[in-house]
Design a protein around this ligand. Structure first.
Ligand code: GLV
Ligand code: MN
Ligand code: MN
Length: 428
C-alpha cells in the first residue's frame, strides 16, 4: 500500500485501463439502445426513471459494488459510491455525472463521467493506492430534463436550488410523478438529498461542441457554464375553416408560433444579444388538421447565453415581441418557466489542479466555457468544482446517435480525471 499522511511531494501518477473503460461504455450503451431512423445508426434512449434507466442504474451499482465501493441512494434517486480514505473525518473528493439520455442520445453524454469515475476507482484498486480522503463517484437523476421538464434535477436538489418536494411532484407527459417513478424503479433511497459538502467535485464530460477538435486537442479544462433559460409558450387563437375564413379575420396560433421561431433566429444573427443561442425544440399544433386554422400552439424556447445581462435582455425582448404579435393576431399568450440558471464560473484552484495534471501527463489542452448544461454547475454551489472536457468527432455533435468520442480521447480525459482526483484526495 502507498501511504500518504501528507500530500506527497511528487504527486503519485496512475494510468487508467483504457480497454476496460471502453468495454464498460460499450456495455452500458446497449441498455436503451434503439435503431435511429434519421441517421440509420444505433442510438441510446434512456430517459430518466424509465425501465431502461433503472436497468442502467442497476448495472452501474453492480460495477460499483464489484469495485468494493459502499453504495448509497438518496431521496431524489442520486447514487453515490464511496472508496474510503484513511481519514474518514475529512470531506470526500466527488466525481460524477449522469446516465440518463435524451430520446435520441449517444453512448458518451454523461456516461463518460460516471463510467470514467468507476474506472478511476478500479485503477486505484489495481494500484493498491490509499488516499487520505474518501473518494466518491456518483450519478445524478434526470440531468437531461427531457422527461420531467427541468434539467439538472437531481444535482439541483442536492445543491438546494430545487426543493425535494417540488422535484417529487414534477410530472412527465403522461402525468407520472418523479416520486412515483422513483418508487416504481426502486431508487427512492433513504439518504438525505442535501449531502455533506465534498472537498471538491470533478466531472469529466464530452465537450458536445467543436472547440477542442478545432484546437486539435483531446482534453479541455472548463471555465464555467453559460446561462440557460427554458420556457414553454402556449398560444391560444381560434379554430376555423381554412378555405372560408378571410385572412384578416384569423386568430392563427400556428402563425404566431412560427413567427417566434423566425424572430429567435433573427435575434441570434443580430449580435444584439451577444453569443445568444436559441432553439425551439418542440412545436405542437395539437390535432394538426390540414383544413383547420390551428387554435393552439405549444412551443418550448431554449435560450443559452454566456452573459447574464444579455440573457435577461433577450428574454425581455422576446416577451415584448410575442405580446405585439399576439395583439396583432388576437391570440392569447401563457408563459411557463421550466428552468433558469445563471452563468456559473468554475473554481480557479480546481482548474489549476486540472491544468497541472494535464501538463504532468504531457497532454495538451485548451480552456473553454461549456455550451451545454452540466450537473457540475449545480454542485459548484456547495464545493469547489471544475470539469474536464473530452473532444468529440464530427464537430463534437451530440444529442444524436452520431455522438462519438474515440477510445484514445476518452482515455486521455479519464487519465486527467484520475490524476487530478488523486492530487485532491491527498490534500490535507
Ligand atoms: C444538457 O444536455 C443541456 O441541455 O445542456
Ligand atoms: Mn450531459
Ligand atoms: Mn445531454
Amino acid at each position: 500500500m502507498t501511504h500518504a499522511d501528507e500530500a506527497p511531494r511528487t504527486p503519485r501518477r496512475v494510468r487508467i485501463n483504457r480497454e476496460r473503460l471502453w468495454a464498460t461504455l460499450m456495455e452500458l450503451k446497449e441498455i436503451g439502445a434503439y435503431d435511429d431512423a434519421a441517421t440509420g445508426l444505433r442510438g441510446v434512449r434512456r430517459l430518466a426513471l424509465t425501465d431502461a434507466d433503472a436497468e442502467a442504474r442497476r448495472r452501474c451499482v453492480r460495477w460499483m459494488t464489484d469495485a468494493g465501493l459502499e453504495v448509497r441512494v438518496d431521496r431524489i434517486g442520486n447514487v453515490y459510491a464511496t472508496r474510503p480514505g484513511r481519514d474518514r473525518s475529512l470531506s470526500c473528493v466527488l466525481m460524477g455525472s449522469h446516465i440518463d439520455t435524451v430520446a435520441t442520445g449517444g453512448a458518451f453524454d454523461g456516461t463518460l463521467g460516471v463510467l470514467g469515475g468507476i474506472e478511476v476507482m478500479r485503477t486505484l484498486n489495481d494500484a493498491r493506492i490509499e488516499t487520505l480522503r474518501d473518494i466518491e463517484v456518483g450519478f445524478f437523476t434526470e440531468e437531461e430534463g427531457v422527461r420531467f421538464g427541468t434539467d439538472m434535477l437531481g444535482s439541483a436538489v442536492t445543491a438546494g436550488r430545487i426543493p425535494l418536494d417540488h422535484a417529487h411532484k414534477l410530472t412527465d407527459s403522461d402525468g407520472r410523478t418523479v416520486a412515483d417513478e422513483l418508487v416504481r424503479i426502486g431508487f427512492d433511497g433513504p439518504a438525505h438529498e442535501r449531502r455533506p459538502a465534498p472537498h471538491a467535485y470533478l466531472e469529466c464530460h464530452i465537450e458536445q461542441g467543436p472547440i477542442l477538435a478545432e484546437a486539435g486537442v483531446d482534453v479541455g479544462i472548463v471555465e464555467g457554464v453559460q446561462s440557460i433559460s427554458w420556457q414553454r409558450l402556449t398560444l391560444r387563437g381560434e379554430a376555423a375553416h381554412a378555405g372560408t375564413t378571410p385572412i384578416a379575420s384569423r386568430h392563427d396560433a400556428g402563425l404566431v408560433a412560427a413567427s417566434v421561431v423566425v424572430e429567435l433566429r433573427r435575434m441570434c444573427d443580430s449580435g444584439d444579444f451577444g453569443g445568444l443561442r436559441a432553439t425551439v425544440g418542440n412545436f405542437d399544433l395539437g390535432a394538426g388538421q390540414t383544413n383547420v386554422i390551428p387554435h393552439e400552439a405549444v412551443i418550448t424556447v431554449d435560450l443559452r447565453n454566456p452573459d447574464d445581462a444579455l440573457m435577461t435582455a433577450a428574454e425581455q425582448h422576446l416577451a415584448g415581441h410575442v405580446d405585439r404579435l399576439a395583439a396583432t393576431h388576437g391570440v392569447e399568450v401563457a408563459w411557463e418557466r421550466m428552468a433558469k440558471t445563471a452563468v456559473v464560473p468554475f473554481d480557479a484552484g480546481i482548474q489549476g489542479v486540472l491544468a497541472e495534471t494535464a501538463e504532468a501527463l504531457g497532454l495538451p489542452y485548451v480552456r473553454a466555457m461549456s455550451g451545454a448544461g452540466h450537473d457540475a454547475q449545480e454542485i459548484a454551489a456547495i464545493c469547489p468544482t471544475a470539469m474536464v472536457f473530452v473532444a468529440g468527432e464530427h464537430g463534437g455533435i451530440s444529442h444524436t446517435p452520431r455522438e462519438y468520442s474515440n477510445p484514445h480521447a476518452c482515455g486521455n480525459g479519464t487519465d486527467v480525471l484520475a490524476n487530478a482526483v488523486l492530487r485532491l484526495a491527498d490534500q490535507p
